[in-house]
Ligand binder design. Structure first.
Ligand code: GRF
Length: 225
């Protein structure tokens, strides 16, 4: 058995946000006492993002980019510091190529639909769920994927399905997906932190059925490494 002193230090995690920050909150809650990962900074591209307040309340350092478009690679790089893992949690800007390269396989995003469908430029917030409903799809869900130079495009790490119910509106569907996002994102962050930086993109798949039964969600990843 390893002694406590031989455990590696927690992976420093930085989170990029643009808005309300409920996914950030899920991470703040899940990582609070984790030996695997620690939230070290929250960076917003706008000073009025209420996510910043959540970080301050939790005592996590915050930063605001001068360029709201997040186009200055140098500024973003400095803001992210020595993060071992970067999480885009409702961050609405494209990441400059130099930053994508620096954080290769260490930068992830959460999207409120099952990519590669219903993603890309303009597909954020309510627009995503409107398009899912208009398509007639019976299933939507949440996706966590690596970040590359295009919106919602890098290799998929994990997905969790959510039923589209008769009578759903963009709001009811968004709420159902969001609940799953809050469970999926911390699980993925902790699992990636546990594995360390991979040589190849990681794919996490659910053990057993992808849907939970009753009020219990069977989110659990197969441990193949
Ligand atoms: C989430 O639906 C996430 O999937 C998407 O933006 C939304 C952010 O919500 N990328 P919040 O700011 O975490 O509440």
């Amino acid at each position: 058995m390893r002694s406590l002193t031989s455990l590696p230090p927690p992976v420093p995690v930085a989170v990029l946000v643009s808005g309300r920050g409920t996914n950030l909150q899920a991470l703040l809650d899940a990582l609070r006492d984790s030996p695997l990962a620690r939230l070290v900074r929250v960076v917003a591209n706008r000073p009025d993002a209420s996510a910043l307040e959540r970080a301050r309340r939790a005592g996590v350092p915050t930063g605001v980019l001068r360029d709201p478009g997040g186009r200055e690679a140098g500024e973003l790089m400095t803001a992210l510091g020595d993060a071992g893992l970067v999480v885009l949690a409702g961050y609405l800007q494209r990441i400059p190529p130099a930053v994508v390269a620096r954080f290769r396989l260490r930068m992830i995003n959460i999207h409120p639909a099952l990519l590669p469908a219903f993603g890309g430029p303009g597909m954020y917030g309510r627009h995503v769920h409107e398009r899912v409903l208009a398509s007639g799809a019976a299933i939507s869900g949440a996706t966590v994927h690596y970040v590359d130079e295009e919106y919602d495009h890098g290799p998929i790490i994990a997905q969790w399905p959510v039923p589209v119910r008769p009578g759903d509106t963009p709001e009811t569907l968004a709420a159902r997906v969001l609940e799953i996002e809050h469970r999926l994102l911390p699980l993925v962050v902790l699992e990636l932190a546990r594995r360390g930086v991979p040589a190849e993109p990681v794919r996490l798949s659910a053990a057993g059925s992808a849907f939970g039964a009753g009020d219990k969600l069977a989110v659990e990843f197969e441990r193949d490494v």
